[in-house]
Ligand binder design. Structure first.
Ligand code: AKG
Length: 422
């Protein structure tokens, strides 16, 4: 064997080795077993080892890109709950726990849910007594959606309404009675520290021709307050007409009922506080409503839209859901949620309430808490009864003096209207 042929043999052995190692993972670092760098060996042709390296890089990059886009889509879906559309059929095919778990995820996003085509069963499973919701597709049918300022001035201008007026902070609010025409002639004049708010519980109640323009959507049809005697049944259509900057107080509704608010004109801003934050809200202790069928009042001295953090420093820890409510949207506020509304424009709305199978236990508890006399009279079977039986039993036990007082209060309110003193 010549010197040259010996050299060729050595070269061919190293090529064989290279083939062998190219097919192994260990070559992925580009080195041959003898320590020689692959590229030094042959950098003019793409070797099999270089190709497998490229495949691995490509696979990694593809994986990263797909994961990134999938995360983006998931995040977007969570953020976009305002327009979320859930399919009832889907909802009923999964366990209720699953539904709630799914909503828990959304809850963390601190968003209001805007819903159209919301089924009654889904409303009950997910929102009723649990989470606030804006229903966007029911008010369009209500004749009240066509109410105008001119209509109220022309037909009811001389009628007296009750209004709250503020000069300074919310704490300076005072109540006045005046003709609707006078109130409406100034309703465009709100200033940050000078504003007025028509908050009248009787005006619509006394005018069935107007009240019939408000249609009860299916979510509010079950209403156990209808089983209360009329003497103590809460008024259930409060007219709210405010100048810009006007606002409610921060409160939970009487009897801790489920509140509703339908905006017809303007823009309402809301702050809603999920339950369990009383220590941050400085709730006045032991205040009673003064209603004939008494209940505790849960009111906060804090104006959530202009909080005095020097006086109420813990308020900064309170967590709210904040959102705007536009004309044509109906808000349903669950029992137990402190809430405050702020009219960011001249705004007309109607608020109401329900007691239903989602909140009746809480409402009854509130009634019993403030009326020990009723608690003592409950039959032993009370807690086994259906919601309707419970309410009817409680109403049958109502002491005569509470009913008499209710009759008196209603008569006084109506008298004041007729005498023009309110
Ligand atoms: O719209 C408003 O001013 C709030 C009304 C309200 O919270 C209520 O009626 O309980």
């Amino acid at each position: 064997m010549s010197k040259h042929s010996k050299k060729r043999k050595i070269v061919s052995k190293s090529e064989a080795q290279r083939k062998k190692y190219d097919s192994q993972e260990g070559v992925a670092n580009g080195r041959f077993p003898n320590g020689q760098h692959k590229e030094e060996e042959d950098n003019s042709v793409t070797s099999p080892s270089k190709r497998s390296l490229t495949h691995i890089y490509l696979a990694c990059i593809t994986f990263i890109v797909i994961t990134f886009f999938l995360s983006l889509i998931a995040f977007h879906n969570l953020l976009n709950v305002e327009n979320v559309e859930f399919d009832d059929a889907y909802m009923f095919n999964i366990e209720q726990d699953e539904v709630l778990k799914r909503y828990k995820q959304i809850e963390r996003m601190d968003k209001i849910h805007r819903r159209a085509n919301l089924g009654l069963q889904e409303f009950k499973a997910v929102y009723d007594g649990k989470w606030p919701v804006l229903i966007t597709d029911v008010m369009q049918e209500w004749p009240a959606s066509n109410w105008t300022k001119e209509f109220f001035v022309n037909v009811y201008g001389e009628e007296r309404i009750t209004m709250k007026a503020v000069r300074g902070t919310l704490k300076s609010a005072e109540s006045f009675a005046l003709p609707l025409k006078l109130f409406l002639s100034h309703v465009h004049e709100g200033q940050p520290n000078t504003w007025t708010y028509l908050e009248d519980e009787i005006f619509l109640e006394q005018r069935p021709q107007l009240k019939k323009d408000l249609i009860k959507p299916v979510y509010l049809e079950e209403d156990l307050f209808q089983n209360f005697p009329s003497e103590i049944r809460p008024w259930n259509a409060m007219l709210l007409w405010g100048t810009r900057y006007s606002r409610s107080s921060l409160h939970i509704d009487p009897y801790n009922w489920t509140g509703t608010n339908a905006v017809f004109k303007g823009l309402k801003k809301w702050k809603l506080y999920p339950p369990g934050q009383d220590q941050y809200l400085y709730v006045y202790p032991d205040q009673l409503s003064g209603f004939p069928l008494s209940c505790y009042k849960y009111n906060s001295p804090v104006d959530a839209f202009n909080p005095d953090l020097k006086t109420y420093p813990m308020f900064r820890h309170a967590k709210a859901i904040e959102f705007d409510q536009k004309p044509g949207e109906l808000l349903i506020i669950p029992t137990g949620w402190f809430h405050q509304a702020y009219n960011d424009d001249e705004t007309m709305a109607v608020s109401s309430q329900v007691m239903n199978s989602g909140n009746y236990e809480i409402v009854i508890e509130e009634i019993l808490k403030a009326n020990e006399v009723l608690k003592d009279k409950l039959p032993q079977t009370f807690y086994d009864m259906t919601p309707v039986q419970k309410v009817n039993t409680l109403m049958r036990l109502m002491p005569k003096d509470i009913l008499d007082r209710g009759r008196e209060v209603n008569a006084e309110a109506l008298n004041e209207i007729h005498k023009g003193t309110r």
